[in-house]
Design a protein around this ligand. Structure first.
Ligand SMILES: Cc1cc2nc3c(=O)[nH]c(=O)nc-3n(C[C@H](O)[C@H](O)[C@H](O)COP(=O)(O)OP(=O)(O)OC[C@H]3O[C@@H](n4cnc5c(N)ncnc54)[C@H](O)[C@@H]3O)c2cc1C
Length: 401
């Protein structure tokens, strides 16, 4: 047997074992499309509208499958890339919900694995994997969004701790989070070289989060204020004044996560083709309106091409040949594509797409309308589309500044 056949055999037995485990352990309620308010964020004050959400989280966390590729000693599943992809494919095939969401998993964890001390990894990673601590991101400030390195929140060295003063803005879920990863200024001598990466508890004296209401009716983010907040020095990640490198790397993880936003399986709004056919079927299994049929087909083809490109990039990444600007390309395309998806969904919904709450609108139509509004933020959060185009111009195409 060749090494390749050996690897395929091993992967096939992993697939069979995984399917068996998922069938036995994923509660039926966790195999249905997930309404937004049943999404599991974990944290110190978790809300489980469906009790099976907790059961599913605990079972997956015990396997390390909330973070399948993290090492086992930090709460992960220790899976390689192929196994992790296989696990996701099996979960998609059975319609299993993601057991846990959060910035700890998608953004902080990967950079802690690379830049954290051993103590920091052991202290912070396992609670993230188990969904015990919910994290928020303190990057943007008034006057420091696209030009992030312009940030002014200060952390002054006080011997055994830092004294933090300043303001963040657009801090997603700050009012619901337990801890924050935060960019602070520790030196004025250099714009980029005076920034540090600090972690602290949102319940510390001197932290205040004020929610901001959004057009979609939800309040996902806050203005966040720090006044004479004391942060122990062992909560600094990486070197003092070396936070910009970590900040940029975290943004790549964030952009990768946001670019896949329209690709999630099992959300409250189905894929465009399904949504359109359920309303516009001409009786022969196709969309009656030729203009919409054409638009839906084009969207589905672009979606498929994007999925294949993401897969190819994943393989290049594993082989060490990926371009560093890819996360910007995918963030740009994925978020613009998600906005187009919801424009198209609303067109297919017709008047039913105007529903805000209650009858006669279905849960799917209400979710479509609200998500359409929420999708407008996709091309702003994590860096705007214009900024991604600048990065692509410089880092991928090699154009001058
Ligand atoms: C839903 C949502 C969630 C968010 N969550 C968080 C969070 O959790 N934590 C956090 O720290 N931040 C968060 N943000 C903030 C987000 O990162 C910033 O909004 C974003 O980086 C843009 O910054 P800004 O709002 O200050 O806009 P600005 O930087 O003021 O930009 C305004 C406009 O000018 C354009 N522009 C600016 N500079 C250039 C340039 N050089 N070239 C071309 N065009 C340019 C921009 O593209 C944009 O259209 C969130 C934002 C949204 C919408």
């Amino acid at each position: 047997m060749t090494p390749n056949e050996n690897a395929m055999d091993r992967l096939e037995s992993f697939r069979l074992e995984t399917r068996g485990w998922l069938e036995a352990n994923c509660p039926p309620a966790m195999r249905t499309p997930m309404p937004e308010d049943e999404r599991c964020w974990g944290g110190r004050r978790p809300v489980y509208r469906n009790p099976d959400t907790r059961v599913w989280l605990d079972r997956m966390a015990a396997k390390g499958w909330t973070v399948p590729t993290w090492p086992r000693e930090y709460g992960g599943g220790g899976l390689d890339r192929d196994e992790a992809a296989m696990l996701q494919a099996e979960m998609d095939a059975l319609g299993c919900r993601q057991p846990l969401f959060g910035f700890g998993i998608s953004m902080l964890g990967p950079v802690l694995l690379k830049y954290g001390t051993e103590d920091q990894k052991r202290r912070f990673l396992p609670p993230i994997a188990r969904g015990e601590i919910r994290w928020c991101q303190g990057y943007s400030e008034p006057g420091a969004g696209s030009d992030l390195a312009n940030l002014r929140t200060r952390a002054d060295d006080q011997g055994d701790h830092y004294l933090v003063n300043g303001q963040k803005i657009w801090t997603s879920y700050a009012h619901l989070s337990d801890w924050i990863f935060c960019l602070v200024r520790t030196s004025n001598e250099s714009k980029h070289g005076g920034i540090s990466f600090l972690l602290f508890d949102m319940e510390s004296p001197g932290v205040e989060a004020r929610p901001i209401m959004l057009i979609s009716g939800a309040s996902v983010f806050c203005e966040t204020f720090f006044t004479d907040l004391r942060v122990p020095k062992d909560q600094l990640v990486g070197d003092v004044n070396g936070g910009w490198t970590i900040a940029k790397e975290l943004l790549q993880h964030e952009r990768g996560m946001i670019s896949r936003i329209g690709r999630a399986v099992g959300g409250a709004v189905p894929p465009v083709e399904k949504f359109a056919l359920a309303r516009l079927d001409d009786g022969s299994g196709r969309i009656g309106d030729p203009v919409l049929r054409d638009a839906v087909a084009r969207h589905a083809m672009n979606d498929h091409a994007f999925a294949l490109t993401l897969q190819r990039a994943g393989e290049e990444h594993a082989a060490g040949t990926a371009n560093g600007g890819l996360s910007s390309m995918f963030k740009y395309y994925g978020t613009e594509q998600n906005k187009r998806k919801f424009e198209l969904i609303l067109k297919c919904a017709g008047l039913s797409g105007l529903g805000w709450e209650g009858a006669p609108f279905s849960a799917e139509e209400l979710a479509a309308c609200r998500t359409w509004l929420r999708s407008k933020g996709n091309s702003i959060e994590g860096g705007t589309s214009e900024i991604q185009l600048n990065v692509i111009a410089k880092r991928v195409l090699g154009l001058p500044d």
